[in-house]
Design a binder for this molecule. Sequence first.
Ligand SMILES: NC(=O)c1ccc[n+]([C@@H]2O[C@H](COP(=O)([O-])OP(=O)(O)OC[C@H]3O[C@@H](n4cnc5c(N)ncnc54)[C@H](O)[C@@H]3O)[C@@H](O)[C@H]2O)c1
Length: 293
Amino acid sequence: MPIEIKKVGVIGAGQMGNGIAHVCALAGYEVFLHDADSTRIGAGIATINGNMARQVSKGTVTEDARQSALGRITAANTTEDLAPCDIVIESATEREEVKRKIFTGLCAVLRPEALLASNTSSISITRLAAATDRPERFIGIHFMNPVPLMELVELVRGIATDDETFDVAKAFIASLHKTYAVAEDFPAFIVNRILLPMINEAIYTLYEGVGSVDAIDKAMRLGANHPMGPLQLADFIGLDTCLAIMQVLHEGLADSKYRPCPLLVKYVEAGWLGRKTHRGFYDYRGEKPVPTR
Ligand SMILES: NC(=O)c1ccc[n+]([C@@H]2O[C@H](COP(=O)([O-])OP(=O)(O)OC[C@H]3O[C@@H](n4cnc5c(N)ncnc54)[C@H](O)[C@@H]3O)[C@@H](O)[C@H]2O)c1
């Protein structure tokens, strides 16, 4: 019998983790939200509360639905609190050693039939699955940012992922009112294989002085009809995540065309990670974002 998903664990309460918890709770799942930094759990739940309130004011969610969804989210202060979950979706920092450690630890806590999923943007699902005792029950479920608004989810099978896990994951995604695209387990899958080299190239364009932050973003918004400029988008994704994805592409595909721009490396070294640290290619500390170059 395929596992019936009722209880969903989410590891990592950052911008993606809280979005995943948000859509799962609204879809009726009982959600357990965990983060290594316990202050992030409370902050994540507060963000979900605010984002759901915005949906209520827009009329896309009722106040009743908001109240009951919030009531379905529990703070999981330890990984042991995730023991009742039928699936755990990991959405912690984009570092392979961090994720492998999380998964190895989780296996000791979860029931053997529980599924494991990673929201990784780029890391091999096969390698992450190999850190667990259940590679056949492991799958990549890659949500897009911001999760409540974006329709697509990339679904990535590792070499060992079985058909049952694939089918359960497809039904789970449909229950969240999202659409999936299947990607093979290659570095950065489909969306980020295409998107991140473009963002990296925009940063090279800035680095080489071809244009200012404002000129580059305006050029791509109005000249290529992108809804958001690539540097604004990089800030939105998080520059640490952008760098991590470029490093996975560079190492995984062994091609110099994926070399991360030195300016991106420098920003990350400075701790300027984009919107989440209030500074990236734009400065977000004032009322309106101000381009920094
Ligand atoms: N930012 C995006 O646009 C985007 C889109 C799709 C997928 N992703 C992926 O989602 C994941 C999370 O990205 P994010 O943007 O939410 O990052 P974030 O920096 O906002 O959040 C990461 C969270 O993980 C927590 N964390 C770190 N180590 C942990 C551990 N060992 N155990 C539990 N929690 C831990 C941190 O405390 C932090 O709260 C990454 O794998 C990223 O590649 C990001």
